[in-house]
Write a protein that binds this ligand. Structure first.
Ligand SMILES: NC(=O)c1ccc[n+]([C@@H]2O[C@H](COP(=O)([O-])OP(=O)(O)OC[C@H]3O[C@@H](n4cnc5c(N)ncnc54)[C@H](O)[C@@H]3O)[C@@H](O)[C@H]2O)c1
Length: 438
């Protein structure tokens, strides 16, 4: 049933967007928002800016733009800030990243140059391939968290902000698993004070955000907020959180194709994915420990979509392999190859080949914008803890501990739109449609 009682706080006022990691994805996102505001380009790929939503029956012909239906913050009201281990401002970083053309960047040069990274919370042990000079110092991880908290409060005050959202666009950290330190807020805080190795820098940013009531999205596959201590802190402070790992490129294609194969009960015996990319993300992922974090995130997708335990004859014996190869000449312009060995009627084999010449940050930037606006909406609507309805944007969607994650892109989209209908007091759409034939 739609909820007529949800009160949504006003979207007026300035919205601060805080980003740990001012690299390729974040500068492509920020430059894009400024370019859109100047009318120099279109926000292609963004559901909040270009998507529509059907309301009521098909015969009602009510399909407003999502941004006209739900009270989202206006992108004119966004103020950007962030941290990086390098001192380059956003213009310089965007040029280094090499995603956007100079002609476009020059149109937003002043705005980008004005965004200078704050000193990062960074520890090379968690990203082995990187090191940089723009880093905070402190005796304990708790000290670093307190420094971030003070910095964020100053940023809010100095920019006259009403609300904030934080989106992690920093590098992929080494693979971490949940330990005792992550089980409760108290143990986590003890860990911060004792410099526990179980607490990665991304968790320190998340902790600072959650303490201040700031919604947090995790664009990388890092464990970060996907632990009970931080989910509990989010619930305690009424903060929505979401993650992990933006769904772009090869995994996006996987979650488009796999549901189609399953819908038609076509079998799958193998799926081999490999790609070449030459940006800094590719360099970081060249380290086996960071790659392990990414690999876990990419591999889980097929299993959940295809449900081998329910269809053992079709999906019980899949060979699934994912490779990422750092290859500098390509920069951010990744090339991804997929080979699918499938089988049909009477077990006859077939193959599908995909060669996707994609641009990673071009696919990721609209996701960042949508997450900022939807998380801000969620916070204003009183939603807290894990926001499963935003799974649409992630390779490893977070969900309640007793659930398995939903990976099918089309189910994710229905869930997202039904959540918007729900919070606006509209009927969810089931697509049953029998009423048209009564
Ligand atoms: N581009 C995509 O399609 C895509 C998809 C899914 C996930 N991601 C993830 O998004 C993240 C960003 O990707 P990118 O292509 O922009 O990478 P990038 O290397 O260009 O940018 C990451 C930036 O984070 C900075 N950084 C690292 N650790 C930091 C810390 N502790 N604090 C502050 N800054 C820190 C680095 O110096 C770098 O400038 C990566 O984790 C990547 O795996 C990207």
């Amino acid at each position: 049933m739609p909820d007529k009682d949800i009160q949504i706080a006003d979207s007026k006022g300035k919205l601060g967007v805080l980003i740990p990691g001012l690299g390729a994805v974040s500068t492509t996102f920020i430059a894009g928002v400024f370019a859109v505001l100047k009318g120099a380009a279109q926000p292609i790929g963004s559901l909040t800016q270009m998507g529509t939503i059907r309301l009521g029956k098909r015969t009602d012909k009510r399909s407003p733009l999502i941004k006209d239906f739900v009270p989202l913050a206006d992108i004119n009201d966004i103020v950007f800030g962030g941290w990086d281990i390098f001192e380059e401002n956003c213009y310089e970083s965007a040029v280094t990243s090499g995603v956007l053309k100079k002609e476009l960047l020059d149109q937003v040069k002043d705005e980008l140059t004005a965004i200078k990274p704050m000193k990062a919370v960074f520890d090379k042990n968690y990203v082995k391939k990187l090191d940089g000079p723009n880093v905070k110092t402190g005796d304990t991880k708790y000290d670093l968290a307190m420094q971030l908290i003070e910095e964020i409060k100053d940023f809010k005050q100095n920019n006259g902000l009403d609300r904030l959202v934080m989106v992690w666009c920093g590098s992929t950290e080494i693979f971490l698993q949940q330990t005792e330190t992550h089980t409760t807020i108290e143990k986590f805080e003890e860990g911060l004070k004792n410099n526990s190795p179980d607490i990665a820098p991304s968790m320190i940013y998340a902790y600072a955000a959650l303490k201040l009531g700031i919604p947090y999205a995790n664009g990388a596959p890092n464990l970060t907020i996907d632990v009970p201590a931080l989910v509990d802190l989010a619930k305690q402070n009424n903060v929505p959180v979401v993650g992990k790992d933006f769904k772009t490129g090869q995994t996006l294609m996987k979650t488009i194709l796999a549901p189609g194969l399953k819908a038609r009960l076509l079998g799958l015996s193998g799926w081999f994915s490999t790609n070449i990319l030459g940006n800094r993300d590719g360099e970081v992922l060249d380290d086996p420990e960071s790659f392990k974090t990414k690999e876990e995130s990419k591999l889980s997708v097929l299993e959940y979509i295809l449900q081998p335990e329910m269809y053992p004859e079709l999906y019980g014996n899949i060979y699934h392999k994912v490779r990422i190869n750092y290859y500098p000449p390509r920069g951010d312009n990744k090339e991804g190859w997929d080979n699918l060995d499938i089988f049909g009627w009477l077990g006859y084999p077939m193959q599908i080949k995909i060669d996707f010449l994609c641009r990673d940050s071009i696919l990721a930037a609209p996701i960042v914008l949508d997450l900022v606006l939807f998380l801000d909406l969620a916070a204003r609507s009183g939603m807290k803890g894990i926001q499963e309805w935003l799974s649409f944007y992630f390779k490893s969607p977070m969900c309640a501990p007793e659930l398995y994650p939903e990976h099918d892109l089309f189910i994710q989209l229905k869930k997202l739109k039904n959540t918007l209908r729900h919070i606006m007091g509209e009927e969810p759409i089931t697509h049953l449609g029998l009423e048209y034939y009564d």
